[in-house]
Ligand binder design. Sequence first.
Ligand SMILES: [Zn+2]
Length: 303
Amino acid sequence: MTLLPDSIEVFERGWLSSNNIVLHGRDEVAMIDSGYVTHAPQTLALLRHSLQGRPLARLFNTHLHSDHCGGNALLQAEYGCHTAIPASEADKVRAWDTEALSFRATGQQCPRFSFDATVAPGDSFILADMIWQALGAPGHDPHSLIFYCAAEGILVSADALWENGFGVIFPELEGASGFAEARATLELIAALEVAVVIPGHGRVFGDVKGALARAFSRLEYLSSEPARNAQNAVKVLLKFLLLERQRIVLADVPVLLADMPLLHQANRRFLRQEVPALAEWAVAQLVRAAAARIDGPYLLNQG
Ligand SMILES: [Zn+2]
């Protein structure tokens, strides 16, 4: 990984788990984002190898989607690490309100964890002996933070900017504003001096201008016809289930989709289809994209 200093290590994990970023400082080691719960033992094994006997002192979450904080509980049990979460999520985590957190709405799992501190936009802290600033990055998630190290030009962009796009604009599915916030977040990133981006998913990249151009264009495509964002969400949420389970009985897909309150909302607002028809459409889309295949009564994960 030539783009980053040796003190920063990124475990690129794919789509079920977010990337994990390990920051090795002289005095302590910190990690940003902990992946999905079903990958937590693997996250711990990767981290242990990287730590070489040192403890994990601190854990940060960019935001509290299940694929970014699902390993928190295991890492806390293992290391008792000081954990910092976005300030605007504190009450929900304290009460473990799975309705207000996104887990229930998306049909995803996340074991309960605690926190020791909160991070708000504008806060600064030292990780890997460098000064980082947290910036608010609403759009994909109203509470998401991104972390910027001005001295090194490194941006931890979470799901606000990937090399090709960004995460689903979730607030719009519930009738709240998200496109305008996502645009403002991209503009904020464009105004920073960024040499390297560590995204929430996918590889570390240096062509920030290219990524921003693709992201602005995709945002335009989605916001000009919001049903596209809803359709994308249906596909993404079904693919996530498939990544988690690897195999789903086809006949169960409508039941699983019907059990996601967020999809009900998106369907009611933008798609207006009967759930079985929506399920059939989503399955066909994943198969067409080679993200799944049908084998007898099963839908199998692929790719
Ligand atoms: Zn996310």
